[in-house]
Design a protein around this ligand. Structure first.
Ligand code: UGA
Length: 446
């Protein structure tokens, strides 16, 4: 099938690379000339496991190409995915101007039948606006259907999530759109593609393919993210209660999560969630609620709990170190989570800002996100490795649970610190081991 992808960000690139991998012919378009040049010359503008290999192989096989102009992405593509950014406006609403622009360009230039699929995370009822835009700006030659096909890709495991999804959701208005998307995803639904990441790939059940109307599909995306964020804030609230009650939140989460109706995932207490999705999507959903006359106070509280985690971390330090002014604090991890160089809304940044406001000296290390962080953070000393970040420090904060931190020689770390205070913002290390090593160990809710 011929496919056009507009927007070569994280979602667009992963979608394009994976669809090419399962046999489609894909053109990825982005108006960022530098990004397209990088991709055309074999580079990858972001870090995502497996992506580089997939891009390289499919480009070489002639199934994947990159272009700057939307028209080139439209070309002969029967299915066009809109994967452009929908950043938050100052009032929390999603900025949909890029989505509108793309719909307009498609309407003006496409000929014949096209299925326009919204994949960017958008507020419910955006599909209706895309339909209207396609109708209003139609140059007379295009006949378009609109569908919603939300993505559930996590950064750091996006390729795996795309190829082995829990479900594929499509929102459509007619049978033709449904048939097209079913055919497009057939190799993934039936597991007939050759898996590029697992050798061998275990046999799994066919993937559930859920067909709804467009509004329901749009809401499934926002509701899923909001529910996951709620789980995190819930367990963080429990963590605070555990500290007061003498309980350990990791044990509580395990016990609660063993109930199959609840499940273990997203019950890791800590410094809270970040990234380009949860914080923005929560705000956008609250705004949609307002517009539709429903107060999502529940989600406002989820956000408030999340925002207050950074201040809690700083308070924990003050409880041990008294004055933070002039004290040296090391930070392990800057990315909003492991296996990515993405620092958007990273909890580490919220903590660093507060520490700097207190007058502390911050020294940071991250295995992948240093370059991005350098461009955003002022007054922070960036270190070569985790040891340097611990040098003569009065405290170390683990903000991102990179597996690589498990390989660090903790005795060496301790011997380099001025005061062996270790604040484990992700409950990553066993507290007994840390205490045996001589650290003054503080977790989150334990
Ligand atoms: C999230 C969703 O998990 C994806 O399904 C969705 O497709 C994506 O947003 C999106 O809308 O595009 P992502 O933002 O990549 O994916 O990251 P997550 O793995 O969900 O983690 C989000 C944040 O929650 C991270 O800061 C992580 O550290 C934090 N988190 C996660 C916790 O604090 N505790 C947990 O138990 C789990």
């Amino acid at each position: 099938m011929e496919i056009g992808i507009v927007g070569a960000g994280h979602v667009g690139l992963v979608t394009g690379a994976c669809l090419a991998e399962i046999g489609h012919r894909v053109v990825c378009v982005d108006d960022d000339r530098k990004k397209i040049a990088t991709l055309q010359s074999g580079g990858v503008p972001l870090y995502e496991p497996h992506l580089e290999a997939l891009l390289g192989r499919n480009r070489a096989a002639g199934r994947l190409s990159f272009a700057e102009r939307v028209e080139e992405g439209i070309g002969e593509a029967e299915v066009i995915f809109i994967c452009v950014g929908t950043p938050a406006l100052a009032n929390g609403e999603a900025d949909l101007s890029a989505v509108e622009q793309v719909a307009r360009r498609i309407a003006e230039t496409a000929t014949g039948y096209r299925l326009v699929v919204e994949k960017s995370t958008v507020p419910v009822q955006t599909g209706r606006w895309i339909e209207r835009t396609l109708a209003v700006y139609n140059g007379g030659l295009a006949k378009c259907d609109v569908a919603s096909n939300p993505e559930f890709l996590r950064e750091g495991s996006a390729v795996e999530d795309f190829l082995h999804p829990d479900r594929i959701v499509i929102g459509v208005g007619n049978a033709r759109a449904e048939e097209l998307l079913r055919a497009l995803y057939a190799p993934i639904i039936d597991r007939t593609f050759r898996c590029p990441i697992h050798h061998p790939c275990v046999k799994r059940q066919p993937v559930p393919f859920l067909v709804t109307n467009i509004e329901s599909a749009e809401l499934i995306k926002h509701a899923s993210n909001a529910f996951l964020a709620t789980k995190i804030s819930f367990i963080n609230a429990m963590a605070d209660l555990c500290e007061r009650a003498g309980a350990d939140v990791t044990a509580v989460a395990e016990g609660v999560g063993l109930d199959r109706r609840i499940g273990q995932s997203f019950l890791n207490a800590g410094i809270g969630f970040g990234g380009s999705c949860f914080p923005k999507d929560l705000q956008a959903l609250v705004k949609i609620g307002e517009k539709l006359g429903y107060d999502l106070a529940l989600l406002r509280e989820v956000e408030r709990i999340n925002q207050s985690r950074a201040a809690l971390v700083v308070q924990k330090l003050k409880d041990r170190l008294w004055i933070l002014k002039g004290k040296r604090i090391g930070i392990w991890g800057l990315a909003f989570k492991p296996n990515t160089d993405d620092i958007r809304e990273a909890p580490a940044f919220r903590i660093i800002q507060l520490l700097q406001r207190e007058g502390a000296e911050v020294r940071a290390y991250d295995p992948k996100a240093m370059e991005n962080a350098r461009a955003q953070l002022q007054g922070v000393i960036f270190c070569q490795d985790p040891y340097e970040a611990a040098d003569v420090a009065e405290a170390l904060i683990l903000a991102t649970e990179w597996e690589a931190f498990k390989d660090v020689d903790l005795s060496r770390v301790k011997s380099r610190m001025k005061w062996p205070l270790f604040l484990d913002g992700r409950n990553f290390f066993a507290k007994e081991t840390m205490r045996e090593l001589g650290f003054e160990y503080i977790g989150m809710g334990r």
